[in-house]
Design a protein around this ligand. Structure first.
Ligand code: GCU
Length: 434
C-alpha cells in the first residue's frame, strides 16, 4: 500500500513537470521550431486578403526530386550530378525562371581603375573604384565597382561582393565615392532620378565596412541600376539591348530579365577580381538582400567561381519554395515586377505545380559550395518556412557530393542559426532588412 502511494505521487509529479516543460517527456514535444506569430498572420491577412499567410492553408504539393533526371532515371553518384543533372537543372532555371544571359566574359569588356587610395577610411582601408565597360565602348553600358580592402593584411584577401540599391556612395559616408551617373529610384531628395550628395552614407547601417575590414575581409559593391535600371521599359535601357539577339524585334520567351542581368553583372565583377592580385578570387562570397538576394542565389548557381552564397530575405523567386504559395506568389511577383524574370515564368502564374523545378533546386545548384539562407521573423511576405524547406530539400544533393548539407531536420527556433553544415539557415527577430 505504502509503495503504491509513493509510486502514484512520483507519477503525479512526473506528469505535472511534463505539462509545464514541453521538452520533458513522451507526452510533450521538443519542438521549439519557429512559427509565425498568429497576431502577425491575422494583421497581414487583414491588410492583403488575397495573400495567404496561414501555414494551415498551404496547399498540398509534391516537390520535383532534384536527384531524378527529366527522363526519370536516378542520379546515382557525384559524377551523374556534375555532368548530367546539374546542367539539366541549370537549363530548367534559364528556360523557365530567370532567362538566358550571354555566356562568359564579353570579348571587348574593359576595366579602368579610376581611383586608388591606400589610406582610405582613416588609414584602415585600400579603396579602389573600377569602371567596367561591358562592350569596351566609352558610352556603352557599364558599371562602377567600389572595393575596400583591409590595408594591414597579407594579400590576397577574401572578399564579399554585394549589389546595392541606391548607389555606391550610399554605403559609406566616404566623400571620395563616386556618385552613379545612371538612373536611381525615386526617393527623398532625388530629383529626375539623379543621385546627389544627400544620400551619401544613407545605407551605411546595411554595410558595416569597417567591421568587415577589421575581420580581415574585403567588400566590393556595385549599384544594381548601373547594370539594369529597376523598372520595366521593355528592356531598352541597361545592359539588355547591347547583347539581346532579337528576332523580328521580339525577345524570345527565355530572354534574360533584370534578375538575370544583375546576376550576370556580378559575374563580370568576378572577371574583374580575377585580374586583381589583391583579391583572393578563390574566396569571393556573393551576398544580397531581397530582390538582390534572389540575384545572389542565381549568380552563385550559374557561376561556380563564387565560393559562398548568402541570401537575405530573398523570398519568392529566391530561396522560398514557390509551391507553398505563402506570402508572395509567382503570379503576384510577375504582375508587380514584370521585368524581373523571363517571359516563360508567367506561364506558371497560379500554376506552380506545373513548374519542372522549385527553388530548392536553385540551392542545389550551389552544391557543394556553402550557402547561407537568412529569413526574418516579421517578413512573412518572403515565407521564412518556405526558405528553410528549400534548404532542407537541397540537402540530398549536398549529401551526394559528400558534404554535411543542412545541419538540421526541422525549422530551427527564432535566433538559433543552423550553422554546423554546408547549408546554413537563420531566422532572426525583425523585419525585412539587411
Ligand atoms: C518586394 C517584392 C519582393 C522583393 C522585395 C525587395 O517586396 O515583392 O519579392 O524581394 O520587394 O526586393 O525589396
Amino acid at each position: 500500500m505504502h509503495k503504491r502511494k509513493i509510486f502514484i505521487t512520483i507519477f503525479i509529479i512526473f506528469c505535472a513537470v511534463s505539462l509545464v516543460s514541453e521538452n520533458f517527456c513522451f507526452g510533450g514535444t521538443d519542438d521549439d521550431s519557429w512559427k509565425a506569430s498568429p497576431e502577425l498572420v491575422a494583421k497581414l491577412t487583414r491588410r492583403r486578403s488575397e495573400t495567404n499567410y496561414d501555414e494551415q492553408k498551404v496547399p498540398e504539393y509534391t516537390l520535383p526530386d532534384p536527384l531524378i533526371m527529366s527522363d526519370g532515371s536516378r542520379v546515382k553518384n557525384a559524377q551523374d550530378w556534375t555532368s548530367k543533372r546539374r546542367p539539366e537543372v541549370l537549363e530548367l532555371f534559364k528556360t523557365h525562371v530567370y532567362g538566358r544571359a550571354p555566356i562568359g566574359r564579353p570579348k571587348d569588356m574593359s576595366f579602368k581603375v579610376f581611383d586608388s587610395d591606400k589610406q582610405a577610411l582613416g588609414g584602415l582601408a585600400i579603396r579602389k573604384q573600377v569602371a567596367v565597360s561591358f562592350t569596351g565602348e566609352q558610352d556603352g553600358p557599364g558599371m562602377d565597382i567600389l572595393i575596400y580592402l583591409p590595408n594591414d593584411r597579407k594579400k590576397p584577401i577574401p572578399t564579399f561582393v554585394i549589389l546595392n540599391f541606391g548607389g555606391n556612395h550610399t554605403i559609406n559616408a566616404d566623400p571620395a565615392i563616386k556618385l552613379p551617373d545612371s538612373w536611381v529610384r525615386p526617393g527623398t531628395g532625388i530629383v529626375d532620378n539623379k543621385a546627389n550628395e544627400q544620400s551619401r552614407g544613407k545605407a551605411s547601417s546595411r554595410f558595416p565596412v569597417e567591421e568587415i575590414l577589421k575581420r580581415g575581409y574585403g567588400l566590393a559593391t556595385i549599384y544594381y541600376g548601373d547594370i539594369d535600371p529597376d523598372f520595366h521599359d521593355g528592356f531598352k535601357n541597361g545592359v539588355h539591348p547591347a547583347f539581346d539577339k532579337l528576332s523580328e524585334e521580339k525577345r524570345p520567351p527565355d530572354a534574360w530579365g533584370s534578375i538575370g542581368a544583375w546576376a550576370w553583372g556580378l559575374s563580370r565583377a568576378m572577371d574583374c577580381f580575377e585580374t586583381d592580385a589583391d583579391i583572393d578570387n578563390k574566396r569571393v562570397i556573393v551576398l544580397g538582400h531581397s530582390r538582390l538576394g534572389k540575384t545572389a542565389l542565381w549568380a552563385g548557381a550559374r557561376d561556380e567561381r563564387f565560393a559562398i552564397v548568402i541570401s537575405n530575405n530573398s523570398g519568392c523567386g529566391g530561396a522560398a519554395l514557390s509551391r507553398r504559395r505563402l506570402g508572395e506568389t509567382v503570379k503576384r511577383i510577375n504582375t508587380s515586377f514584370p521585368h524581373w524574370f523571363c517571359e516563360n515564368f508567367k506561364k506558371y502564374n497560379d500554376k506552380e505545380d506545373e513548374l519542372p523545378l522549385d527553388q530548392h533546386m536553385l540551392i542545389a545548384l550551389i552544391a557543394p559550395r556553402p550557402v547561407y539562407v537568412t529569413s526574418a521573423d516579421e517578413d512573412l511576405w518572403a515565407d521564412p518556412k518556405g526558405e528553410f524547406l528549400s534548404c532542407k530539400n537541397a540537402d540530398p544533393v549536398y549529401k551526394l557530393l559528400d558534404r554535411k548539407g543542412l545541419g538540421a531536420d526541422r525549422m530551427p527556433g527564432l535566433d538559433k542559426p543552423v550553422k554546423s553544415g554546408t547549408i546554413g539557415y537563420h531566422v532572426r527577430t525583425g523585419r525585412h532588412n539587411l
